[in-house]
Design a protein around this ligand. Sequence first.
Ligand SMILES: [Zn+2]
Length: 133
Amino acid sequence: MAYNYSCPSCKGHILVNEYITLSVTKKNGECGLVMLSPEPGNYHIITHANLDFKKGEILEIFCPICHYNLICIPEKNLAKVMLEDETGELLTILFSVVFGEHKTYKLDPKSKKVVKFGEHSHRFDFENMMFCF
Ligand SMILES: [Zn+2]
């Protein structure tokens, strides 16, 4: 499947050579670029060797183009990017900003349907998520 990801704010393309590229800042101020698999539920990441993420660490995630904070209020531990499906429909992808937490959601704004990915995705607040469409 071909994926086409974009920033919800500037609509800029964030998929680079088959990886979603995001700007990440740690609590201690360290920052860098992180590349994620475009396949929801695949948690393989590529980043700089010095960015030593700890399990459970909460990260701030920004668009690498416009620096918009991708956090999805009121769901404070989920970041949001947009995914264009095969039909050109824009879907919302939410994923955890907690390092090591495997939860990803695909939201279809038309059907209000939520598809879950990852072993921690069973814990979510559907009411809060409605604000993220
Ligand atoms: Zn942007």
